[in-house]
Design a protein around this ligand. Structure first.
Ligand SMILES: [Zn+2]
Length: 383
C-alpha cells in the first residue's frame, strides 16, 4: 500500500511539474483603433464588443481547440498543437493608468495630422512611416495592434523592422467575428494567421520540396481554387509523388487565400517554433504585467481607507471607502479585462455591497474611483 501511495504521489508531482513546464505565456495587446472622426461603432472605429470577440478565437486557435478543428483528418490529428499562449487585453497604459476600455486606444487620425489614403499601398506606407512610429506603445511591454480602414491585414516578423514598427495591422473588417467583420475572413482567422507571423512562422511552401517546419506534410496545391470551393481531404492527392495525403490545406499558415472556415490547425512543430520565437524575441512582453490592475498607480488613498471584504468571498462583496464626497464609481474586471460589474454610486455612506454570485470562481479586480482618485484591489471568488 505504501508503495502505491508513493507511486501516486510521484505521479502527482510529475504532472504538477509538467503543468509548470507547460505554463502558459500571456501576450497583452494594445489595439490602436485609427479612424476618421467616426462615432464609436461606425466604420473603422469598431465597437468594443467586436474588439473583444477576437480574443476567444485566438485563444481557442492557439490552444488547438478552435472552430472546425474536429475536421482535421485522422492521419494528422496527432499533429494538432497547443501553443500554451494566451492573448489578453492590456488593462493599463504606459504610465500605469487604467484604460477606459480594456486593450483599446481610439485615435481620430485628424487629431494627429494623419490621413490614411484609400490606395492600399499608400495606406500601408502611411501606417508604417507615420502612424506606427507616432503611436506605438513600448513594444517590450505590449504587443501593438493597429486597426484601420485598410483592405489588408499583415504582421511584422521578428527582427525584420525597427522596434518602432513592431506589430500587426488589420482591416477593421478582419478583426473579430461580429458587427463590422465581413466577407470570407469574418471569423477571426486573419488574426490567427498574422499572430503566427508575429511569432516567427512563415507560410507553407507550395511545392514538393521540404516544408519550413519538419512535421508539416509535403504537398503542392492550387489555393486559388479554395476561394471558390472548400478543399476536401485528400486535396491535390499525389501532386507530389509519394505523398498521397496531399497538402495540409487546413494549416493556419497557408498563404492567405482560403476561407476562415477551411483553416484550423497549427502543428506541434509550429507551436514549438512559436514558443521559441516568443522566448527569443518578445519575452519581456509576457512578463510586463500590463494586463493586471495591480500595476495601477494607487492614487491618494491610505491603504487603511480602502477595504474589500470578505476576501476570499463566496459572492457577496463589501467595499468600505472613506470618501469625502458622496459620488463613487465602481468597476469589477475579470482577468481578461472584461467589465463584469459597473455602478455609479451617488449616495455613498461608508460601505457599499455588491454581488458577484453567478460569476465563475477565480480572481477579479475591484476598482473604485471617487474624489478624483482611483484604487483597486484583487479579490478571489470561491465556489
Ligand atoms: Zn501570411
Amino acid at each position: 500500500m505504501k508503495k502505491n501511495t508513493l507511486l501516486i504521489a510521484s505521479a502527482l508531482s510529475l504532472s504538477l511539474l509538467i503543468n509548470e513546464i507547460k505554463a502558459q505565456d500571456t501576450i497583452p495587446l494594445i489595439i490602436h483603433i485609427v479612424h476618421n472622426a467616426k462615432p464609436m461603432g461606425t466604420g473603422a472605429n469598431i465597437a468594443q464588443a467586436q474588439v473583444m470577440s477576437q480574443f476567444p478565437i485566438l485563444n481557442a486557435d492557439f490552444a488547438g481547440q478552435g472552430w472546425n478543428v474536429g475536421n482535421v483528418p485522422a492521419v494528422w490529428a496527432p499533429l494538432v498543437g497547443n501553443a500554451n499562449i494566451v492573448f489578453v487585453p492590456a488593462l493599463v497604459d504606459t504610465s500605469g493608468t487604467l484604460l477606459a476600455e480594456p486593450g483599446i486606444e481610439r485615435i481620430d487620425e485628424g487629431s494627429r495630422g494623419w490621413s490614411i489614403p484609400n490606395d492600399v499601398m499608400q495606406a500601408r506606407q502611411e501606417i508604417e512611416n507615420v502612424v506606427k512610429p507616432q503611436s506605438i506603445w513600448d513594444p517590450t511591454r505590449y504587443c501593438n495592434v493597429w486597426i484601420a480602414d485598410i483592405s489588408i491585414s499583415y504582421a511584422t516578423m521578428p527582427n525584420t523592422v525597427p522596434p518602432t514598427k513592431d506589430g500587426l495591422v488589420f482591416s477593421y473588417q478582419m478583426w473579430g467575428d461580429i458587427l463590422a467583420a465581413a466577407g470570407p475572413f469574418r471569423h477571426g482567422r486573419s488574426a490567427t494567421h498574422e499572430f503566427g507571423h508575429w511569432l516567427g512562422l512563415t507560410h507553407l511552401q507550395n511545392n514538393c520540396g521540404p516544408q519550413p517546419i519538419a512535421d508539416i506534410p509535403v504537398g503542392q496545391y492550387n489555393y486559388m481554387q479554395w476561394l471558390m470551393a472548400s478543399p476536401v481531404f485528400p486535396d491535390a492527392a499525389n501532386a507530389c509523388s509519394g505523398y498521397p495525403d496531399g497538402p495540409m490545406f487546413m494549416n493556419f499558415m497557408i498563404p492567405a487565400w482560403s476561407n476562415d472556415s477551411d483553416i484550423y490547425m497549427f502543428t506541434n512543430g509550429q507551436v514549438a517554433a512559436m514558443q521559441q520565437s516568443l522566448a527569443d524575441n518578445h519575452a519581456s512582453v509576457t512578463t510586463s504585467g500590463v494586463w493586471h490592475t495591480t500595476s495601477l498607480q494607487q492614487t491618494g488613498y491610505e491603504e487603511s481607507a480602502f477595504f474589500v471584504f470578505p476576501n476570499p468571498t463566496k459572492g457577496n462583496v463589501q467595499i468600505r471607502l472613506n470618501v469625502t464626497g458622496k459620488n463613487g464609481h465602481i468597476k469589477v474586471f475579470n482577468t481578461l479585462g472584461a467589465i463584469i460589474y459597473e455602478k455609479a454610486v451617488t449616495d455613498w455612506t461608508g460601505t457599499y455591497s455588491l454581488s458577484l454570485s453567478g460569476e465563475k470562481s477565480g480572481m477579479y479586480f475591484v476598482a473604485v474611483m471617487a474624489d478624483g482618485k482611483t484604487t483597486t484591489q484583487k479579490i478571489i471568488l470561491e465556489e
